[in-house]
Design a protein around this ligand. Structure first.
Ligand code: SF4
Length: 272
């Protein structure tokens, strides 16, 4: 998606983990805005987007000097207790701008020198693989959570045309596994998929997280409703997948292929 880039100097980088992120002491967003511009993105409904005056997905703020600010905050936070970080809650840390700007990489460099107790890297971008060297240095204190909402490329193109292809994400999970970086596949939000989906992921990850709008958008599905998601399902005649029970079908398919306890639902799937 075409987007404009602005450079901003942040006053702070670490936000307190609240609501859905109760398992985390902090969230960390290297950017504001996200050029992936997913149709279902709940951030569209949040003040960071609604007060911007430009459509979500068309603007990105690069947080300059983020690493310096973060370095001080991390040290202070660690002096107070356990630090568990969710990166990121309202942007994708490996969206296209990161290839050149390297803000996310600079934050990882800080964490390698002064590790938090746990870091979850939430992304849908193969670019995460570039930072394998740093992720490995964090050992079992890190987990990459790769969003793979469906195994159907036509569905991906319908709902999130600005995001990396499904095959590229699956290949990235393979590369992370070969390198020894802990990772999970995150089917969130659940989109229409095939019966073979679990078989595709089984050799690649030991942990699956399944979430949907009704459990995971922070408002019981109301934010998603306001985004008009039902219409996007209707356009392709798949309204039955826009339902609070639709995730169960996907859960049962995965539970039949993955070991017990490795298929987790909603908040539990993102826990440190
Ligand atoms: S990648 Fe995440 S933050 Fe970016 S638009 Fe999609 S859902 Fe929103």
């Amino acid at each position: 998606m075409a987007y404009t880039l602005e450079y901003k100097t942040p006053k702070s980088m670490m936000n307190k983990g609240t609501g859905f992120l109760t398992g985390y002491s902090h969230s960390l967003n290297p950017y504001a805005g996200c050029s992936f511009g997913c149709s279902y993105c709940y951030v569209r409904q949040m003040p960071v987007s609604t007060f911007r005056g430009k459509p979500w997905g068309t603007w990105v703020d690069v947080k300059e000097t983020a690493a310096d600010v973060f370095c001080h905050e991390l040290r202070r936070a660690k002096a107070k207790g356990r630090v568990t970080i969710f990166m990121s809650s309202s942007t994708d840390p490996y969206q296209p701008a990161e290839a050149k700007e390297r803000v996310t990489r600079s934050l990882l460099e800080v964490m390698v020198e002064d590790p938090p107790d746990f870091l979850l890297v939430q992304t849908r971008s193969p670019l995460v693989q570039r930072d394998t060297d740093l992720l490995l240095r964090l050992g079992d204190r890190v987990r990459v959570s790769m969003t793979v909402e469906t195994d159907r490329e036509d569905i991906r193109r319908h709902f999130t045309p600005g995001t990396p292809p499904i095959e590229a994400r699956i290949r990235t999970l393979q590369q992370l596994r070969e390198a020894g970086v802990p990772a999970q596949a995150t089917i969130a939000p659940v989109l229409p998929s095939t019966e073979n989906f679990p078989e595709r992921l089984r050799p690649l990850v030991d942990r699956i997280c399944i979430d949907d709008y009704f459990m995971g958008d922070g408002s019981g599905g109301k934010r998603t409703q306001r985004l008009g998601m039902r219409r996007i399902y209707c356009e392709i005649g798949m309204e039955e997948w826009y339902h609070p029970d639709a995730y169960r079908k996907v859960y049962e398919r995965f539970a039949a292929v993955f070991p017990p306890d490795s298929v987790r639902i909603s908040q539990d799937g993102f826990e440190p």
